[in-house]
Design a protein around this ligand. Sequence first.
Ligand SMILES: [Zn+2]
Length: 167
Amino acid sequence: MGKIMEWQNMRLSPHFSMFELCRSDEHPHLVQPPNTVIQYWLTWWARNVLEPLRDRCGPIRINSGYRNPELNRAVGGEKRSIHQVSVSGEIVGVATDIVPLKMPIDTALRVISEMPELPIRGCIIYPKRGFIHIDSRAGPRSFFESPTKGVYLPLSRDAIKKYRIAA
Ligand SMILES: [Zn+2]
C-alpha cells in the first residue's frame, strides 16, 4: 500500500475517516495529506461534532471537509475559508458541508439548533444545493440561509423553528 492510502484510511472517530473529511469528487488530484495540526483539528471535529450529530440525524455524507489552499481555490472557496483550517499559519476553525442521508436538511437545521453544546458557531443552510455548512468560527453561534451564491440571510431562533424548504 502506498503512502497516500495510509493517511486516507486513518479513522478519526467511530464513523468518520480522514478520507471522508479530505476527499474531493471534483478535484481528486488536488487532495493531499493534511499536516498533523490539521489532523488534530479534524479529529476533534469528528469526535465532538460529527459523531454527536450522527447520533441524532443518522448517517451523514461529507460533501466537503478540509481543503488545502489549492483545492479551496479550485472549488471557488473564499480566500479565508474555514474549510482550510489554517490560513497564513493561523487556525481559523474547522468546516464541513454535510448532507444527512436519512433526514431532510431543514429538519437537520432544527436538530443542530437544539444542540447548543456542540462547538458549531457558523451554520449555513443551502436549500437549493441541498446541504448544510457547519463550522467552528470564532464568535457567537449564528445561522444563515444562502438562497444564492454569496448571499447569506441571518436566521433568527424563531425562523429556525419554523424553517421549511419550499417545495
Ligand atoms: Zn462549507
